[in-house]
Design a protein around this ligand. Sequence first.
Ligand code: HT9
Ligand code: FE2
Length: 358
Amino acid sequence: MSTNPVDAVLVLSFGGPEAPDEVRPFLENVVRGRNVPPERLDEVEEHYHHFGGMSPINGLNREMIAALRRELDAAGYDLPVYFGNRNWHPFAEDTVTEMAQDGVRNALVFATSAYGGYSACRQYHEDIARARAAAIERLGDEALVPDLTKLRHFYDHPLFVASVADGVRAARETLDEGHDARLVFTAHSIPVSADETAGPPEEGGHRYSRQVGEAARLVAGEVGVGDYDQVWQSRSGPPQIPWLDPQIEDHVEALAGKGVTDVVVSPVGFVSDHVEVAFDLDTELAEQAGELGVRMARAASAGSDPRFIRMIVELIAEQVSGAEPRACGTGPRGGVGCNGTLCAPGCCEPPARRRPST
Ligand SMILES: CC1=C(CCC(=O)O)c2cc3nc(cc4[nH]c(cc5[nH]c(cc1n2)c(C)c5CCC(=O)O)c(CCC(=O)O)c4C)C(CCC(=O)O)=C3C
Ligand SMILES: [Fe+2]
């Protein structure tokens, strides 16, 4: 923890290309050092070109930041909000250097993921450490570079749950048979081995899938649906490596086979309608559903709801003024670390780098 008062907020996200010639270099950044086959990359490149080489993610994050600035002002917090990414401009390295030059000493980091796990949490701690190291190298003085404390997981925050639930309610209204529609929650699949090591070792793993499951349960409860499904999407990596299943496309096919005609799909695993949502669900899955004769309504993700922005302010208040964390679930929670230290020792070990167990 820093001894300086909190003097800024950094919104840290995944990043996405904003022009056709940025797509390939962006993808190379995403998969650097990972086991993603080139054919998969070619396929994903096409998803981005489907939208003119432009991911909506940066624009959506800029809108989120503008709303957060207004909400912080309204709550009486005089904190500038910065924007940095893992995989594309504005890179976190450049933003943290700029923060140092602006005299920021102690910032809170809101990472755009609700969950634990290597991809959803630990990698953001790594981004923070890398960005600070770059700024220290460029400025030649560690004392100039701000301390950065990542805010906690928020998958069970009542305002997150309420935002996702409202999306489900609105989607249901667009279907004639909406109230009988099958409710399906979806989140990004990860390798089974990564889920096994998600969370601190003493917790026994599976923090990511347990938190996603809990978020789905809480949202279903809020909209009064007892019977729902929670599945996975956007699998990559070689087919012989197991990832969390079922995939949503297989699941919708199975539902159609059972005679289901109406489906509401809620992307509870994501905070905004970026390419994973706009292509994998709104384009590909919607087309498949149409061919199967299934009417599909995609629920909005949480990030577009004003209560989501109020939630970010509450997470900030937890750190600035010791406000009591609000949570409506019973699952494991973590996410907080300063300057890239992990939530707990050995938390969310990436499987590929795990030491041999002999
Ligand atoms: C858990 C999780 C989240 C949710 C948490 C969070 O939001 O942070 C997430 C979000 C996102 N994933 C995104 C895009 C991509 N993810 C990829 C690849 C991968 N994702 C993984 C996991 C996750 N991903 C994993 C285990 C891989 C395999 C390679 C690796 O281990 O890294 C690839 C490479 C090609 C492919 O394999 O599909 C792309 C292009 C975008 C941006 C979309 C846009 O540009 O609008 C966003 C928000
Ligand atoms: Fe991803």
